[in-house]
Design a protein. Structure first.
Lengths: 144, 340
């Protein structure tokens, strides 16, 4: 079904670590602290991919995590967006061309928003979520 | 002919109370989130956030897992929502009598309170997910734990009113019409305070909120009972959560704080009922603040084995002492009355 304006004020995010060094996880947690308070805009972290609208992927997708990442992506109900947080997920970062990588992330699941940085600052992550909202608005307008 | 008219009024009234319950429940959830945010030095979501969340969940895809039992999986949220609404129909709201108040008493409400929880357990087992199964087992254990203290509260209040010579003491309308504080002596007031504590501790477990949310435990069970639910089904559980919050607040208000403004200040009929319902909602918000919002911000989650021993030993002892104090008070008051 087509998304409506309700998504702009209620975006539930599920976070998945696909082999990250935990730097990006710490910054994601920093982004949901009272200092930034994304719950003002209805953004919150949920524990199950079935509840989520937004998939936050960190890490370069190691071989063992490839199937799991695909499975989590497929479990999310439509409409959904994927956000790739950190340099690792974009290019492989310091793990570029490593023998045990199946990624980067966009080789495994379709990515809508990339957030650069190693790790990215909380402001950058929040900006990425806002960009993801813009992407949802485009889906709303019938584009892809 | 009059029977048909009465039935029509009853049906209409039921629809009004149902809509009121759904809206007020979501508003209560919004107030709860706002209060919790302010206590954590945050701005927090707007009050209408639960309505936005609900609208969003309604347009999401509803996924049924491959190894779930589809009919049970889909019917559980409906039963949870409808049964919580049915409980609301038995509880007096302000000075407005409840639509079904004449057909059931406090004991029935206590039994009905288990139905939403049982529906969630059925939905959890039907999900076919190990997380949901563990969550469902924990929900059953929690239910067994808090039923005993809750039953003590129900029995103690009704027994004390009965001992004071009030007929039909188990009916919620009677309990709300005769504030139990005005019947008892000093010893009984102490006992009632203990019972109030018991009800305040039972409420968060009934609503599966922190510190008694081990069955939903987002960080360890990824949502527990609700882990496989999405879209429309999750939205219905969300609504049921709001209605249950209203129900628990309304029970606490009807039993312990039943006073209405209209009984102190005379007002024309229509105005009095509106003022009373606003005052009633304020009382519910106050009860919810202390027993749900404050507790969930100030405390961490209990483990499931701690929940059982807490309810059976500590809260059970507090409830029984409250009951014994009320019994002693009944004896003292009747002796004093005999002397006079």
């Amino acid at each position: 079904m087509k998304p409506t304006k309700a998504f702009n004020r209620s975006l539930w995010a599920f976070h998945m670590n696909s082999g990250s060094c935990n730097g990006c996880e710490i910054e994601i947690v920093a982004a949901i602290t009272p200092r930034y308070d994304p719950e003002r805009f209805g953004i919150k972290l949920v524990g199950s991919p079935k509840h989520a609208d937004l998939l936050l992927v960190t890490g370069p997708v190691v071989g063992k995590m490839k199937d799991r990442l695909v499975r989590v992506y497929e479990q999310m109900p439509d409409p959904k967006v994927v956000m790739c947080v950190g340099t690792c997920g974009i290019s492989g970062g310091v793990f570029y061309d490593s023998y045990n990588l199946a990624g980067p992330v966009d080789q495994v699941v379709p990515v809508d928003v990339y957030v650069v940085g190693c790790p990215p600052r909380p402001e950058a992550i929040i900006h990425g979520v806002v960009t993801a909202l813009a992407k949802l608005e485009r889906i709303e307008g019938g584009e892809h | 002919m009059t029977g048909g008219l009465e039935l029509a009024i009853l049906a209409g009234w039921t629809i009004v109370v149902t809509i009121f319950g759904l809206v007020a429940g979501l508003v209560l959830l919004g107030i709860d989130r706002k209060l919790a945010a302010h206590m954590q030095a945050r701005v927090g979501p707007p009050l209408r956030q639960p309505f936005i969340d609900f609208r969003k969940l309604m347009i999401k895809e509803s996924v049924v897992p491959a190894n779930a039992i589809p009919w049970m999986f889909n019917i559980a949220p409906v039963i949870a929502l409808i049964s919580s609404l049915v409980i609301l129909l038995y509880i007096p709201l302000g000075s407005i009598p409840s639509p079904l108040g004449a057909f059931g008493d406090f004991v029935l409400v206590m039994y009905l309170l288990t139905v939403p929880a049982l529906a969630m357990v059925a939905g959890g087992f039907a999900s076919g997910s190990p997380y949901a199964t563990v969550g469902a087992q924990r929900e059953m254990v929690t239910m067994i734990a808090y039923e005993f203290p809750l039953a003590i509260v129900v029995v103690a209040i009704a027994w004390r009113l009965g001992a004071a010579g009030i007929p039909d003491a188990f009916s919620l309308a009677t309990i709300a019409a005769h504030p139990v504080w005005s019947v008892v002596g000093p010893l009984g007031i102490l006992g009632l305070l203990l019972l109030l504590v018991v009800l305040a501790v039972v409420s968060p477990a009934e609503l599966s909120r922190i510190p008694f949310d081990s069955q939903e435990a987002e960080t360890e069970l990824a949502g527990g009972l609700l882990v496989e639910y999405s879209g429309r089904n999750l939205a219905m559980f969300y609504l049921a959560q709001g209605v249950k919050t209203l129900v628990m607040g309304a029970i606490a208000v009807a039993v312990f704080f039943p006073w209405n403004i209209s009984s102190f200040i005379s007002m024309p009929g229509g105005v009095a009922q509106v003022v009373d319902i606003v005052f009633f909602l304020l009382k519910v918000i106050l009860v919810m603040f202390f027993s749900v919002s404050l507790a969930r911000v100030a405390m961490a989650r209990f483990r499931i084995n701690q929940i059982v021993s807490l309810y059976w030993i500590y809260i059970g002892v507090i409830g029984l002492s409250g009951l014994i104090l009320l019994m002693a008070d009944a004896v003292l008051v009747s002796v004093a009355g005999g002397i006079i």
